[in-house]
Design a protein around this ligand. Structure first.
Ligand code: HSE
Length: 307
């Protein structure tokens, strides 16, 4: 096999209480990529469509993660990468993570899987870092592993896979404005109050317990962010209106997806997720901001080969 086409999914990082550690994988949105083994050594990006991104390997997220893997191997051949981008950069649903993951996953498949998913995440962190200017893996891990993941530590990289309750759905609205992760990180305080930290770690612990036990009530009680959301929500037009409408329509919780501007809601059952979609649409239709909105099952598979 010399060529492979893959689907690299969008992801929701942070999940309210789990800033920089929790994430989950979506299945309704993602990029496609073709990875090809070629005689010429090195990594080349040969096609980009969807959005304007650099072709220079060292400046392209998919190129940098591919190089991080390639440089550990002593190969007498190289790879070409084609990127068919559907996830808008700066959308808050893991656009750079999808690119970073897609190239290393595809290369690994063509090489006969010499690396496990945690090792692939290590390479992908290098690509993600050029987009967000810091090393974090809360979008990368769910894109690679699928489902919910918790990044326990970055160094050494330790990723925990958390079970996904059946019947859990996400509604994600993407207002068509761009918020750069680096800018959304710049608005965060360096210090937090002890009481806020206590609330946050109680919530992340109970949220993870709720995922393990499929306790939807506990998930609902835990989906709160007292540390990051108060600062970042100011960057997202109509965030509070969307959140109120989503909760009123029956969502278990609603928060900023990654660094925004996308907003996710988690819901019990697809009907509830569709009701939440209508309620959120009604808020955003009254604005002059274009938006996409999706209902998605939680994707427990992650990045995959397309037949
Ligand atoms: N945890 C990251 C953040 C995800 O919120 O800054 C965005 O890439």
């Amino acid at each position: 096999m010399n060529e492979i086409k893959i689907f690299s999914p969008a992801t929701v990082a942070n999940v309210s209480c789990g800033f920089d550690v929790l994430g989950f994988c979506l299945d309704s949105v993602g990029d496609e990529m073709v990875i090809r083994k070629v005689d010429k050594k090195g990594i080349r990006i040969t096609h980009i469509s969807g959005f304007d991104l650099p072709y220079e390997t060292e400046q392209n997220v998919a190129g940098v993660s591919a190089l991080a893997m390639y440089d550990t191997l002593n190969l007498d051949f190289g790879f070409e990468i084609e990127i068919y981008k559907n996830i808008k950069p700066g959308s808050g649903i893991g656009s750079s993570a999808a690119s970073a993951v897609g190239s290393v996953f595809g290369m690994n498949e063509l090489l006969g899987r010499p690396f496990n998913k945690t090792q692939l995440t290590e390479f992908a962190i290098k690509g993600e870092a050029i987009a967000s200017k810091c090393e974090h893996a809360d979008n990368l891990a769910p894109a690679l592993f699928g489902g919910f993941t918790l990044v326990k530590t970055i160094n050494p990289l330790q990723i925990l896979e958390i079970p996904t309750p059946k019947d859990l759905y996400a509604t994600v609205i993407h207002p068509q404005i761009e918020i750069k992760t680096s800018e959304a990180r710049a608005v965060l305080p360096e210090k937090v109050k002890l009481q806020d930290a206590i609330t946050q770690w109680a919530n992340v612990g109970s949220f993870v317990h709720g995922l393990h036990t499929s306790d939807f009530n506990l998930l609902k009680e835990s989906l709160h962010d007292v540390i990051v959301e108060p600062h970042r929500s100011k960057l997202i037009p109509h965030f509070n209106d969307v959140k109120n409408a989503s909760l009123k329509a029956g969502a278990l919780g609603c928060g900023i997806s990654g660094s925004g501007p996308s907003i996710f809601s988690l819901c019990k059952g697809v009907e509830s997720a569709k009701n939440v979609k209508v309620a959120i649409e009604n808020i955003y239709k009254k604005t002059n901001i274009d938006f996409d909105i999706h209902v998605s099952k939680i994707n427990t598979e992650g990045v995959k080969i397309l037949k």
